[in-house]
Each structure stands twice: as C-alpha cells, then as structure tokens.
Design a protein around this ligand. Structure first.
Ligand code: RP5
Length: 168
C-alpha cells in the first residue's frame, strides 16, 4: 500500500494522543504512515520529509507537537500539501503548542485542531481526501450519521433522571 496521509509527531511521547487519528484512518481504510520527526532535534530530516512528501504520493499531512511546537509550521513552509496541526498538551496545558501552531504568519496556513484533537485531525484529513472521492464521502456521511446515536442514547438516559419538578 502507498500511504496518502502522513502522521508526523515531534516525539513518540505524542503517540498516545495521535493514536486516535491513526485509528480513524484505519476505520476509513486510508493507507497512512507514521513517523517521529522533530523541528529542533532532526531539522534536516524534517526538511527532506516536507520537500519529498508530495512526490511520494502523500495528499495530507497531520503534524503533532507539544511545547514550542514549530514542527507543523516548518513542514507547511516547505510544501503545498495541506498540513493539519495537532497541539499536544505537554506543558502549560497545551496552550504553548496551540498558539505556536495556530498563529502562523500570512501565507503559510496550518489547519489547527484543538489541544490533543487527534481524532478531529483524522476526520479533517479524510474530509479533504473525500472532496474528490465519492465513496469516501459516503463513508464519512455514515460516520457522522452514527454520531447522532450518542445523543439519542443520552436523551433516553436523561429521560430516566427523576426530579420533583422535572417535566420530561
Ligand atoms: C515536542 O516536545 C514533542 O512533540 C513532545 O510533545 C514534547 C516533548 O517531547 P519528549 O521530550 O517527550 O521527546 O517536541
């Protein structure tokens, strides 16, 4: 299989968070790869990854990093592929990484999800791929439809909660 999504993380300590993106790609049957690369510890490897990704057939990059999270923006500066950034809660409740990833200068966007928002990063990556892939759009529509059952179940449970003045 040739990967079309690349998950890059600053350290394997980010993996417990990033597994959610990997699981979603698996569920949607999207071939993907996972690598640890660091903008600070392996800058040359980051450059070679970012410059070569498109040629290798990668369509979307999900990049995750914590602390001074330069990885996502540095990758975005060297490719025209869409880069989805995941701020990892490593220090300062993840606010350091969130601001480092989301506050990109004009010209070099990183589509930033919430702190530890790996699942949303996976979903967003698949949504990008689905723009030109109708069967994938249908899979996503089924996934989103299934999300409703959680709320239907929640309302059934809430109906069992009793208060004297609760009317439903
Ligand atoms: C970042 O620093 C990584 O993305 C990680 O979130 C954080 C800590 O890295 P380790 O010291 O655990 O390797 O580069």
């Amino acid at each position: 299989m040739t990967p079309i999504v690349s998950i890059i993380m600053g350290s394997t300590s980010d993996l417990p968070v990033m597994e959610k993106a990997a699981q979603f790609l698996d569920e949607m049957e999207i071939p993907f790869e996972i690598h640890a690369l660091s903008a600070h510890r392996t800058p040359a490897e980051v450059e070679s990854f970012a410059k070569g990704a498109q040629e290798r057939g990668i369509k979307v990059i999900i990049a995750a990093a914590g602390m001074a999270a330069h990885l996502c923006g540095v990758i975005a500066s060297m490719t025209t592929l869409p880069v989805i950034g995941v701020p990892i809660n490593s220090t300062l409740d993840g606010m350091d990484a969130l601001l480092a990833i989301v506050q990109m200068p004009p010209g070099i966007p990183v589509a930033t999800v919430g702190i530890n928002g790996a699942l949303n990063a996976g979903i967003l990556a698949v949504q990008m791929l689905a723009v030109a892939d109708e069967p994938l759009q249908e899979k996503l529509a089924a996934y989103k439809e299934a999300l409703k059952t959680k709320i239907v179940k929640a309302n059934a449970e809430l109906a069992q909660v009793k208060y004297t003045y609760k009317t439903n």
